[in-house]
Write a protein of this length. Sequence first.
Length: 426
Amino acid sequence: MSVAATFVQSLTLQGGRNTLLVIVGTALLGLAGGVAGSFALLRKRSLFADALGHATLPGVCVAFLIAEGLGSSGRSLPVLLAGATVAAVLATVLVQAMLRYTRLHEDAIIGVVLSVLFGVGVVLLSVIQTLPSGDQGGLKTFLFGQTAAMQQHDAILLGAIALATTVVAAAFFKELALVAFDELFARAIGLRTGAFDLLLLLLVVAVTVAGLQAVGLMLVIAILIIPPVAARLWTNRTKRFVPLAALIGAVSGWIGASISSLAPRQPAGAVIVLTAASFFLISLFVAPRGVLASQWRRARLSTRIAADHVMKLLLKRAMPTRELARSLGHRAGTTAALAQVLKLRGYVHRTADGWTLTERGHAAGATIARNHRLWALYLVRDAHLAPDHVDPSAEAIEHILDPVLLQDLERTLAAEPSPAATTGRG
């Protein structure tokens, strides 16, 4: 069977029972990571996931040592995940206590907790390596994950944690979003912001622990951060942002696990993370809030502002291209291209004296000049700006005034004309 056929078979969940378990488990993990990571991103707690991931290592090691000491199997996934959970919760409590009782910044506290606990974990790993059970008890796989070794009970446990995380986040969606956006208002209406902060951290803990088997503690932060960051580039509406992040996380796990089935010697966790990173890179360039769209909007706004300035200048008299360029501070070629654009739109035409406004252009230029004077009047009368400071402020805003705001300003200020209105250049 060809590589493409094998990939399609895995992608359509027809690649066998073990492949199905891996794909479904990682897809659920990605979904939960997208949900929990969205609120962590909004709350500016994304770095905390990195600290929790590293903090789980000593918990896993201690759980292994205790299980081996009691004569049980230290390699049992539920035992190791229990140890990781306890360590992550203790790290959460430690960070919260240090934030409350010290004057250290959160990033410094997270850095200390991350480095110290991970250092303890590395030491414990070296101790475990010297035990008769040896070979670090297979614990080294928790650094980068071992998705292919996932068994049915492992997939069920991972799926249960992921679904529980998603359900809890959905149940408290409004409260988590409110605390993330406006903590002071949330307190004012009686929400216990501390409790919801703790709930968010516990959601991050759950996803972190669930992701140890799939992607490992070194890469689990990517499942919590990359899908929300990619989704953020597509929308600024929370009700769309969180589901979109969940979708990107789930699809990343699904496709990443399918790709990793073609290369069993490659770490599946890294492939899943690279798949999520691919979605981010695509979003970075083509999303409505991405690089290309932002540059396009900036270029359109710059062109619009320059065109407005041309029409304001031509309100006074016709001007040749070179004089327009000197007045605008542009190159002659740039000004000529701008004049041609205005000509195509029917705002200007060329005469013996140079460029001049058409009837349509004169009406548009008069509107621009009126907006400038109206905004200048508002700044002097209502914003109490000094008249000699009005022109730069008016120039900066007059091009993007909302029509509703303009109508409101006209209704408010037309009855009380002020000499300040003459401060405009238009």
